[in-house]
Structure formats: C-alpha cells, structure tokens
Design a binder for this molecule. Sequence first.
Ligand code: F0G
Length: 352
Amino acid sequence: MAHVWGGIIREYLDHMPFAEGDPIVTLGEGGTPLVHAPTLSSTVGAEVFIKVEGMNPSGSFKDRGMTSAMTQVVKDGDHTVVCASTGNTSASAAAYAAHAGLTCVVMLPVGKIAAGKMAQAIVHGAKLVQVDGNFDECLDIVRDLSERYPVALVNSVNPYRLQGQKSAAFEIVDQLGDAPDIHMLPVGNAGNISAYWMGFKEYADAGLATRRPRIWGVQAEGAAPFVRGHPIKDPETVATAIRIGNPASWDLAIAARDESGGWIRAVSDAEILAAQALLAGDVGIFVEPASAAPIAGLLAAAAKGDVPRGATITCTVTGNGLKDTATALAGREIEPVVIPVDVEAAAAALGL
Ligand code: F0G
C-alpha cells in the first residue's frame, strides 16, 4: 500500500520529544519537494537543489515547528497561544490553533505584514494586535506577556519549535541519500538555521548521514545583524519576513555557522528581487522575497568564485510567493491583451 504521509512528528517520532499516544496536532506538514535546478546548477557550477517549504499547509516552513509547539501546548493543557511575527509564524500559529481549538493571539508590526499572511491570521480567527513598532519590539512584548499571564509562547524561543523544524534537515538527507556539501537558507530571527544544524548533526550522529554540511546563511543588507556583528536598531528590507534586527537565537546561529565551517552574508534588496524572478522564471517556483535570499547569496558567492565546483548544494526556500503578490508584481509592466471570443483574434494576438 502507498505510504500516506503522517506529518513530521509521526514520520520522525524516534527523533522527536513525543511518544506514541501523545495528542499530536498536525495538518500534515513536511514531506516537501526537493527540486533539482539544472539551469541554476550550471550557472554556479554546482548541483543545486531547492527545498520547497512553501508547500507546507500554511505556505511556509513554520508549520514544522508549529505542529510540535502546539502538540506540547495541548499536552500541557494550555488554552491560549501567543506569538510575535513578521507574518508567517502568525499564519501558521493561527491555522494550528484553529485545528486544535485553541485561542491564538498574534502581535504584528503595523504596516509591515504581506497581505496574504494578514489574510491567513484573519481567516483562521486569530486575535490580531498591531504594534507601532518592529518585530523585535513585538517579540519583547509577547515574551513579557507569556511570563506574566496564562498564555503559551509559540515563537521559536519555545524549544519545541526547533525540534519540529529540524525535520527539514532529516528530509533533505533522506531525499538525497546523504547530507549535502553545503546547505543555504535565509536568516531572520535565526531559529531555522539553528534547527537545521541540530537536525543535520542528529542525523549524522545516528549514522543516518555520513557527514554534515557547511551552513551558509543569508540576510538582507538592511537587516543583517550577524554580518554587522551586533543587533540593528531599525532593520529595513523589501523582504519583510526577515526584517529583524535582534535575532532571538543569536548564539545557536553563530554555533551553526562556526561549527559547520560556514558563513552568514548579506545581499541587497535588488539581488533578492532578481533571485525571486529567476526562481519563478527559470526554476518554476514562486517564493516570497525572503525565501529568494539564499539564491541571491548563492549567485553572489559564485560570482566571487566561492562555490566549490560540483558541490551538492541544497537551498531552503521558506515561504510561498502567493503570500505577497504585491511585491512580486511591483515594477513589472503588465499589459493584458483583451480579444473578442474568436480563434482568429486569438491567433492574431499571439502572432501565429
Ligand atoms: N523566511 C521566511 C519566509 C520567514 O517567514 C522567516 C521568519 C525566515 C525566512 C527566517 O527564519 O526567523 O527562523 O531565521 N519569519 C518569522 C515570522 C520571523 O514571524 O514569520 P528565522
């Protein structure tokens, strides 16, 4: 019989802090495609694979961490969850809370959330609070709230989040047959880079991979605290998902970078948008701007001669492009042709 995917907790139960019989909250997250990108591969002189995390139920990698965080919330008997977000965490938390019958409160920087993500929080019934501040300030508030009131924090400072998110590293190894030489991903609040490193290490330690990859993280130039070496007060970038100046998982991200022999670099907004267009036009994958950052970083590294020839490189693209169509379409000339209901007119319009 065909294997029916059970979500990342059931699929990787031996590596998760849960047991058979636990009340697993799942929407079937994980099991996302790893797509070979032949044109991009020849451009950079390596074998490039794209891990398409926008295929998760709420359209981003956050679902991997939310299934585990919410399962623990239900085990603990809590009824209300809270998070700060640049949009994807709130979308995912709202969806999983709806599924589990929990109340969800989301704290968002006003005017800086892509329309699709805002719609998700609303349709899933979250209580929406907009803050006249940035993500870092929203996170300060919800951390305080969760210490002083009976609400469970589901940002990635909750250790159950990283436990779920590490499953993407397991999948990459399972899909490739071993760990890649290099793994690339965008870095914002730095939970995901920490989770991937944990996952790659755990799999190698368990004998399920023969090696660990180098981790190459990519930030947006205007929101690049790891590249600057210190927190940034007023982060700014077109990639609103990673508009973060004071990442919570600072030490874990530095450890991922240094233990793996990798790096964290920055790319400009223009490079991010060009990489987004390239992924859509050449690979066939529509991602949101933040997700294009690793591809921009890969192209920049290749231009500097820093990509080892023939290396296997996996890149996580973290969120679905449909969440933020406004940014994707900005600056594009769109002139739709309208014709009468007539095949000849269609042929003429197409120049056939
Ligand atoms: N890519 C996307 C699409 C994201 O939404 C985020 C983070 C990141 C990358 C960075 O991941 O924070 O683990 O380093 N979004 C969070 C949110 C902050 O609230 O949705 P990270």
